[in-house]
Each structure stands twice: as C-alpha cells, then as structure tokens.
Design a protein around this ligand. Structure first.
Ligand SMILES: Cc1ncc(COP(=O)(O)O)c(C=O)c1O
Length: 555
C-alpha cells in the first residue's frame, strides 16, 4: 500500500480512495469546507460548534473535531490485501491482533495514540518509550468461542435457532413442514405486513431505484433529509442523524464521544454497546462497568472521575428483561456530573412515548421513545434507536444536537464508508412514520392488551418472568439452564416460535426463552401460547414468581 501525501488530500478532501490518507477537516470551519461557507448557513451555529467549551467536557468531540487525519492501511489482520476500515482495525487490535502498515510514511501519521501504535512503520513504541495500548495475546478468541459454546451447540442442533423460514402468513411462519405462531418478531407495530406501506414502496423504487449506493458523505437521496426531519419532529430533539444500523452507530459514535476519557457502562447493556465501548477503549478511553440499573454505584464512579469526557452507556428498554431504567435519575446524574448519557432505546422507540391524559394505554402516545415517555429533555442525552424493530425497516438514528451531527458526518466512519439503507427501507420508514401518526396509538394499544393477557396468565400460573414493566418483551428463565433444548423442542413441536435465551445472550441464571408480542399477533395465537406455557410449567422446573430462587410447585 502506498500513502498519498497529505498535501494532495488537502486539495481534494472529498475524494475517496483506499490508498489515500484522508484528511478529516473541521466540518464546521467554513474556511476548510467550501460547502459550509454558504452565507445562507447560520453563522452563529458555526461559532458555537467550534467552541471547545461548548460541550463542557461532556464528550471528546471538541477535541476530536479539530483537524486530524485518518489512515487507511493494510495490516496483518485478515490476510494481506484486505482493506480494512479504521473501526474494524481498531476493534481487532483491542482483541490483541497486531496491525502494521505495509508502507506507511511516518510524516503523514496522526498525532493520536492509536494511530501511532497501528500505523507507524516498525510500530510498537510511542515517543517517550511508552508501549502502545495493545492488549496482550491472552487467548481471547478461545475464551470467546468457549463462552458461545452453548449457542453454537443450539445453532447446530436446534430447530428453533438459525432456522430457515420458508414462508410467512401474517404472524405465522413455516419452517419445513411446520407452521408456528411467531413470538420472536421485533416488528412490534406489525408494519412489516401493512398493506398500505407495502403498496407505497413501489413508487419510491420507481423514482429512486433499489439502492442509493453512495456513502452518505458522498450524497444522500432527499429521502434521508425527510426522514431525519420527521424523526426530529416526532422525538422532539434538535436533530437526528440516520445511519444503517444501531451497531454501526455504537461502533463509531461511542469512541468519538469518549475520546480518551471515561465510559460508564451498564452491566446489562446490549452486546453492541459493549463492542462500541471496546473500540473506544482501543482508542484510549477507560471503561468502568456498573451493576445493571444501579445509579448509586454509577454516582460513586462518577465522583471519582471528575475530569475529561465522561459518557454513560446503557439501554432504554432492555432487550432481554423488557424493563426500562430509571432514566430521570440517570439523566440527573449525567447533568450533575457534566457527563453525557448515551441510551440505546432500540426496543422502546415506536412502542413507548409521551404521556397524555388521552392516552389509550400505559405505553403513552406516539411511540417517541424513552426520553419523551419519562418526560425528560435531551439535555446531556444522546438517544440511539433503530427502525428495524417497531418500524420494520433497515435504518437507525441518533437524536442529537445539530453541531454534534455535523461533527459525526466526518468523524463517524459509517457516514463516510458504509453503504446506505436501501430505498425500500427508507420508504418503509417514511411511510411507517405516516402510519404511526394515523393509527400508531391503536396498534400500540393492541400490543399492550395482548402483553397484559400473557403477563396475567403467567401470574395466575405462578411462572416467573423478568418483566415488571408491561412492555412486550417477556423473558421466562428456566430453573435448570440444561433444560433449554427440551423446552425449545416442546415449544417448537407445539407450534410456538420464540427466541431461545441461551448463555451468553443472558446471564447463566436467566437462561430460558423470550416472548415478544406484536400488533400482528392474534388473540388466538396468544391463547395457544398460554396453553403451551401451562404445559411447560407442569413438565419442566421453573422458578416461582414469588421467589425466583425456589421452584414452582407443580402439584
Ligand atoms: C438493544 C439493541 N441494540 C442494538 C441492536 C442491534 O441493532 P441493529 O440491527 O440496528 O444493529 C439490537 C438488536 O437486536 C438491540 O436489541
């Protein structure tokens, strides 16, 4: 690989080539970015955004948004000749892989810790004799494969895992010759099957083709702007930024927000949040874990680390327990400590929303997510959510201040390098938001009603679930994790499809299965589910809901 001198890149900062060492210029500095020197743009925003004190040490952005350079190198990862983006390069490095540039020219290297370690010829030492922040080879991969062993076994052997779905009919699915009621779908509003939305997609395809194909930095169909504006209006946030998936967002945005500061990570945050934090650690951040939902422990950790960027990472509605954190308390702590609260509300967005006297159910109105549901503002909060669950589409977004959005447009690699959401996904998202405004509250009420029916049935049978919220994720742990195969088989044979919650998807003591309700499920399916759950409670040992450490009395 050869590197083009930085001078050449400066002349053509928007040209992309895998062998070019790109300059990421300050997106808010009109002198360096011609597009931003348009007098029509709001100058006040530019001034504000480049002020390093603007985010008051809450995140690393004021530092990282200053001109810096991203190398794009080949290394020893994944075999020679593969081109890697910086995120995957750093991710692998966190796990102990050695990466080095084939022919890097030191004069182009960036003055940041990770790029020195990764890209300098003969790499290794930093100036001053410091060793790079590189994890030692500690058999990480062996341990990780061992951790996933239960899941791998199920994947090979169990019809309920890694299944091929041959056909769908409403919320019934056919696997081979067996029809099953699907309680593993995240399409909470049932918009995947909505004929109005399906009918509208064709028109978008005719106007835009199937796929934009440009990375977003090169150009975005106006559909993106429409979607971002509509999302901002729904959420009540200053702005939104759409990227392909939540995973892309965590991997790229958490490192930018944290810089070399501190991350406080909820112990049961989603795996993709963990992975985003691991990448941030590879870039120099320190990660502190606190017990799931324990704001007191978080408060103590924050007390001890009062300087530098601090980012608190957690889930909104938890993807396994089905419960929500005490968001107002975490927001209060974030504000008190001038930290940033970064919330993944993949399962809340579309399902819970602002409270109102005329609401049809306790999920609230409009489905505009956990921040609005708890009556909070976005001060010190960055909300992340996706359209791939309630909205049945492939896209995700951040709710964030406009100046942070502008920074991420060059600092977050997926905006620069990743393929965009397909047109059909943008279309289903936009049409889904329209349907949400028209009848979303009624759909949510249906989900609420069916969820309560299942929860009441569990209560009547004494079956323990982690769900204390009434939201449509119902995890049922088993007393003996070893029963998971048999329990899954029973469900499958009785025509019920659920998510198998094997280790490490959940902690060992919560191994079991997860039921999700969507507006496209029917009362008939729900009654059949309840019948099968009753059978399980007599056939297998299950924890007692009144004392989950004891077994349910089966007499
Ligand atoms: C809480 C949470 N975050 C992130 C993700 C990943 O979302 P995406 O598919 O948009 O990357 C999921 C997927 O199930 C999730 O449940």
């Amino acid at each position: 690989m050869s590197c083009v001198p930085l001078r050449a890149c400066r002349d053509r900062p928007q040209l992309h080539s895998p062998c070019v060492l790109h300059e990421v210029w300050d997106p808010l500095d009109p002198r360096r970015n011609p597009a931003k020197s348009d007098p029509a743009l709001d100058r006040r925003d530019h001034r504000r955004s480049t002020d390093p004190t603007e985010l008051k040490g809450k995140c690393a952005v004021p530092l990282t948004c200053m001109p810096t350079y991203l190398p794009f190198n080949e290394g020893d990862i994944g075999g020679r000749g593969k081109q890697l983006n910086v995120t995957s390069l750093c991710s692998a490095r966190c796990h102990g892989v050695k990466a080095r540039a084939a022919q890097a020219d030191a004069s182009f290297m960036v003055p940041t810790s990770w790029s020195r370690a990764v890209a300098q010829p003969g790499a290794g030492d930093r100036p001053g004799g410091q060793k790079p922040l590189r994890r030692k080879d500690d058999q990480w991969l062996d341990r990780w494969l061992q951790t996933c062993a239960d899941l791998a076994r199920l994947q090979y052997s169990h019809p309920m895992v890694d299944a091929v779905i041959d056909e769908v009919d409403g919320r019934m699915i056919r696997v081979g010759d067996r029809w099953l009621a699907d309680f593993a779908s995240c399409n909470y509003l049932g918009l995947d099957l909505d004929s109005e939305i399906i009918g509208a997609v064709q028109g978008y395809l005719e106007r835009w083709g199937t796929h934009p194909s440009w990375s977003r930095l090169l150009g975005s169909p106006v559909l993106y702007r429409q979607l971002e504006e509509q999302l901002a209006e729904l959420l009540g946030s200053e702005d939104t930024l759409v990227l392909p998936t939540i995973t892309h967002i965590h991997m790229s945005v958490i490192p930018v927000l944290a810089g070399s500061g501190s991350i406080f990570l909820d112990g049961r945050a989603h795996k993709t949040v963990y992975d985003g934090c691991a990448i941030a650690r590879g870039h120099g951040a320190t990660v502190h874990r606190f017990r799931h939902g324990d704001s007191e422990e978080l408060g103590r950790l924050l007390e001890k680390r009062r300087t530098g960027p601090r980012v608190i990472c957690m889930d909104g509605i938890n993807s396994m327990t089905g419960n929500a954190p005490d968001l107002p308390e975490f927001a209060r702590l974030a504000r008190e400590h001038e930290a940033l609260l970064y919330v993944d509300d993949a399962h809340g967005f579309g399902m819970i929303g602002e409270r109102a006297s005329d609401e049809l159910c306790a999920y609230g109105n409009r489905g505009n997510g956990i921040v609005r549901h708890t009556g909070e503002t976005y001060e010190n909060i960055v909300l992340v959510a996706g359209l791939s669950k309630a909205y049945s589409s492939l896209a995700a977004f951040l709710a964030l201040p406009t100046h942070l959005k502008e920074i991420l447009k060059t600092a977050a690699p997926p905006y620069l390098y990743s393929g965009p959401s397909p047109v059909a996904s943008l279309a289903t998202a936009i049409e889904g938001l329209r349907v949400n405004a028209l009848r979303g509250d009624r759909l949510r009420h249906e989900v609420y009603r069916m969820t309560l029916r299942v929860l009441e049935a569990l209560k009547a049978r004494g079956i323990h679930t982690t769900n204390t919220s009434g939201y449509p994720i119902i995890e049922i742990p088993l007393a003996d994790p070893a029963d998971i195969d048999e329990v899954g088989l029973h469900l499958f044979e009785r025509g019920i499809y659920v998510t198998m919650a094997a280790y490490p998807l959940v902690p060992r003591h919560q191994v079991g299965f997860r039921i999700q309700l969507t507006a496209a499920n029917t009362d008939e399916q729900v009654e059949h589910l309840i019948e099968v759950l009753s059978e399980l409670s007599t056939r297998f040992q299950m924890p007692d809901r009144n004392n989950p450490l004891r077994l349910l009395n089966r007499s």
